[in-house]
Design a protein around this ligand. Sequence first.
Ligand SMILES: NC(=O)c1ccc[n+]([C@@H]2O[C@H](COP(=O)([O-])OP(=O)(O)OC[C@H]3O[C@@H](n4cnc5c(N)ncnc54)[C@H](OP(=O)(O)O)[C@@H]3O)[C@@H](O)[C@H]2O)c1
Length: 354
Amino acid sequence: MKQLTAGLLGSTGAVGQRYVAMLDDHPFIRLETLMGGESAGKMYGEAARWLSPTEIPRAAARMKVRSTSPENAKGCDLVFSALPSEAAERVEPRFAKAGFNVITEASARRMDEHVPLIIPEVNPSHLSLLDVQRKRTGWRGSIVATPNCTVTGLTMVMKPLLGRFKLRKVVVTSMQAISGAGFPGVPSLLITDNVIPYIKNEEEKVADESRKILGVAAGGSVSPANLELAISCNRVPVVDGHLETLYAEFSGAVTPAAATKALTRFRGAPQELHLPTAPEHPIIVRTEHDRPQPRLDRFAGSVPGMSVVVGRVRNGIGRNSIQLTLLSHNTIRGGAGTAILTAELMAAQGRLGR
Ligand SMILES: NC(=O)c1ccc[n+]([C@@H]2O[C@H](COP(=O)([O-])OP(=O)(O)OC[C@H]3O[C@@H](n4cnc5c(N)ncnc54)[C@H](OP(=O)(O)O)[C@@H]3O)[C@@H](O)[C@H]2O)c1
């Protein structure tokens, strides 16, 4: 694959740090420019409060954090954005207008009609929206979004069930890690010894984004999937890894064994194309009674943190439903990893690079 250079917005944050770690030895994407807000002007090694137990990559530690401006990404083939939503809303269109292909984590434009909201294994065909996006906006570059961290694992599990068994109703309860709120996140006095049964705007995002991702892209827009969803989001005292329990109802009979088979066999375009960040098994199904668990399973799979781990697949109510528990790493599969995989897919499709 052709070598690509990338800029990174929001490089010092919880998700930004994952990009820095994951791109350190990437075979064809090289991080050329790290950008920040208040940390601009400092060396990355001193600006980033490194959260991972692995060492901060040496090359990145010695880079100077630049201010957030298209000028500072000059020469880059793409720009990853891990900006908070308000900053993203203002900043990302300036980069797209200046000719950069932006892949963003932020929620600001996920639901815009012409912005593809991508999980490469689930809806790679939605990248076709980019042709209409360029025409409508006049941008030389583009914006592609990746989903909310709770949505990614959820829709990866819903996709094979939707295709195989006509999924129609889903009830989800999430137990979301503290790092999902960024750094410094939820105050320790609120989250220690506690569960907070509310995350602002999260349930709406999970419903809307899931329907868009599982919908059909045609004629420059997406017809959302016709799914009934009931969602409850909770913040729990776990550092990384969102756990979700799922009750899924179908229009016909389904058994736990058949659902397990569909989940285990699920593969997508990244696996077919052997993209470097694609896990061999996007979904891993465990059979023990007490898995998945965040501490034990968040780094599962051939690319650590990129597989969704499912367990407790069992009967629901009657013959037309099942229940299961799923786990996905929120800053890797739910964050930087999915965006990097999207860049790899776009590169394979010839959508990136000069
Ligand atoms: N955490 C997750 O699990 C997760 C998963 C998926 C998506 N997301 C989304 O990813 C984005 C980043 O999340 P995060 O958890 O990494 O947040 P975070 O830890 O708060 O990091 C925010 C980053 O953005 C920079 N920044 C803040 N305001 C800025 C401004 N006005 N101009 C330029 N840079 C600015 C900060 O740089 P300075 O420190 O230099 O100011 C920092 O590098 C958010 O949109 C979030 O919703 C998060």
